[in-house]
Design a binder for this molecule. Structure first.
Ligand code: S3P
Length: 432
């Protein structure tokens, strides 16, 4: 097991400066997998530095896909696509902490001519996989699991297209099925209950696939070949969320975020923060390979409260931890509803948020599918737990910036799952 580290976070006065984020985690996984099954070479710049995306690269290598880090280029990887047929791995594929790796890659493995096994760490081993097992089985793959949880043993098959209404709103599942659809005979149709992030659809198009989209429905015909891509991954908005929320804590903050992913299915946080009182202006907006990228200028202000419910809860699923962590400092507080998916993330995030807020001395009401956090509270620094969950470690390091006294975050090393340089970058932006 990896050794635990801890960080001390001291209160801050302000956030000032300019930051550009490592490549978006969701896009990095998808680009790497599609580059692996494309015909010909791809070059991916600003590839996510997170350990999760390295897990994806490790799995791809075990499947015979050749890739290397490009020398003298920051976080660029060159991938030599294998085409749709991969090589049988000699060992189980280690997905580490990454649910995205396991769920999305299962769509590709389901269409291979061999059997393979996917494993993960303790946290990933608790996460629900029935959501990919059921539809992939309906397409013809055989998948053995531990009662719907990892490890997964996938025996690939000649897949049949499927017409599938997803019971859970999950972009990972949608992407998994679109990947499987490439290998299937006929046209696959997927309908999602709510619109989730569309990086799978956008990336497939960039790699040369044709798909049809209409509202919550996407259709893709099997047998299409992909071509390689040269692209730069836009900055991760879910990582930027920590700095945006930190800036929101102090009226005198001034922050610039350059080359940030602004895909409308990911940028709901910006609307919510603006409604709450943060002043955000966007410049240099451009589209690259179907993804919007822009520069943000952010100024602090008074922070009102917010209600996050329904489609917003799905759209903000990765940003709710940090919004909840700053909720006590808002005027009216924040209520989160319809977010029971948070209970099956890298940790039970509803329980983790409630535990850390209470440790900081805050009032919080924990519900089965959300939280109610009153505003106008004063918090005091405390000893907090990351629960081995990167977003919890980072979210509560932000809350600590406005607490009275120091906060100790235990298990802070897990921030590296999505953002290894998070604490260094934060230190560079805070003024005390
Ligand atoms: C992701 C989708 C979301 C999100 C995860 C990344 C993706 O998960 O929480 O961090 O890249 O598709 P679900 O698909 O489980 O909602």
């Amino acid at each position: 097991m990896k050794s635990e580290t801890q960080v001390i976070v001291r209160p801050a006065r302000n956030l000032r400066g300019s930051v550009s984020l490592p490549g978006d985690k969701s896009i990095s996984h998808r680009y790497a997998m599609l580059a692996g099954i494309a015909d010909g070479p791809s070059r991916l710049e600003n590839y996510s530095t997170g350990a999760d995306c390295t897990s994806t690269l490790g799995c791809l290598r075990s499947l015979g896909i050749k890739w290397e880090r490009v020398e003298n280029a920051e976080n660029a990887i060159a991938v030599q696509g294998s085409g749709l047929a991969l090589a049988a791995p000699s060992e189980p594929l280690d997905c580490g902490n990454s649910g995205s790796t396991m769920r999305m890659l299962s769509g590709i493995l389901a269409g291979q001519k061999f059997a393979s096994q996917m494993t993960g760490d303790e946290s990933l081993s608790r996460r629900p996989m029935q959501r990919v097992i059921a539809p992939l089985t309906a397409m013809g793959a055989q998948i053995a699991s531990e009662n719907g949880r990892p490890p997964l043993r996938i025996t690939g098959a000649d897949l049949e297209a499927i017409d599938y209404e997803m019971p859970v709103a999950s972009a990972q599942v949608k992407t998994c099925l679109l990947f499987a659809a490439l290998f299937a005979d006929g046209e696959t149709r997927i309908v999602e209950p709510l619109r989730t992030r569309d990086h799978g659809e956008v990336a497939l198009t960039s790699f040369g696939a044709h798909l049809d989209r209409h509202k919550n429905e996407v259709r893709l015909r099997g047998g299409q070949r992909l071509r390689g891509l040269e692209a730069r991954v836009p900055g991760d908005i879910s990582s930027a969320a920590f700095f945006l929320c930190a800036a929101a804590l102090f009226p005198n903050s001034q922050l610039t975020v350059t080359s940030l992913l602004m895909n409308p299915t990911r940028a709901r946080l910006l609307d919510i923060l603006m409604q709450m009182g943060l002043r955000i202006s966007v410049t240099q907006l451009e589209e690259t390979h179907g993804e919007l990228v822009g520069t943000l200028q952010v100024q602090g202000g008074k922070l009102k409260g917010a209600l996050i419910a329904g489609a917003d809860s799905a759209a903000l699923i990765d940003e709710i931890p940090v919004l909840a962590a700053i909720a006590p400092y808002t005027e009216q507080g924040i209520e989160v509803r319809d977010a029971k998916e948070l209970r099956v993330k890298e940790s039970d995030r509803i329980a983790a948020i409630a535990a850390n807020l209470r440790a900081l001395g805050a009032q919080v009401e924990e519900k089965e599918d959300g939280l109610k956090i009153p505003g106008g509270q004063t918090l005091r620094g405390a000893e907090l737990e990351s629960f081995g969950d990167h977003r919890i470690a980072m979210a509560f390091s932000i809350a600590a910036l406005r607490a009275q006294g120091e906060t100790l975050m235990r298990g802070s090393e897990c921030a590296a799952i999505s953002y290894p340089k998070f604490f260094d970058t934060l230190e560079g932006l805070v003024e005390r």
